[in-house]
Design a protein around this ligand. Sequence first.
Ligand SMILES: [Zn+2]
Length: 140
Amino acid sequence: MTNPGGKYQLPLPARMGLAAEFYRYCKAHELRFQRCTDCGAWRHLPRPMCPECGSFNYQWARASGRGKVYSWITVVQPMLPAFNDAVPYIVPLVDMEEGVRMVAMLEGVAPEAMHIGMAVEVYFEDATPEITLPRFRKAR
Ligand SMILES: [Zn+2]
């Protein structure tokens, strides 16, 4: 998602609180989700409390980066002018191996080739010197 000059041009996510921690690991090209250190439950999006047992204890555990497409949208009408050159693009909702669901843009798959259950994997795009974004691609 860069322009011909190589500069990333799409809006960047807010990076505050626990989301900032998530993106710090992305910067290191590591996909990590919170995992409760009391009951072992994984969670994503980042939040303070375990939805299974109510514990506030967790670690940032390394995730496999692999999952299967649960559903997706193909965006054909840009919501902001910055996305004019990006459409059509695909945003899947992915069931990750750890049991959480994750959303990120999918690259390299034509809209007509999408199907439920498609195996995908995370890779990382260094969007700016400050932020690296997780992306999905078809699993290799
Ligand atoms: Zn728990």
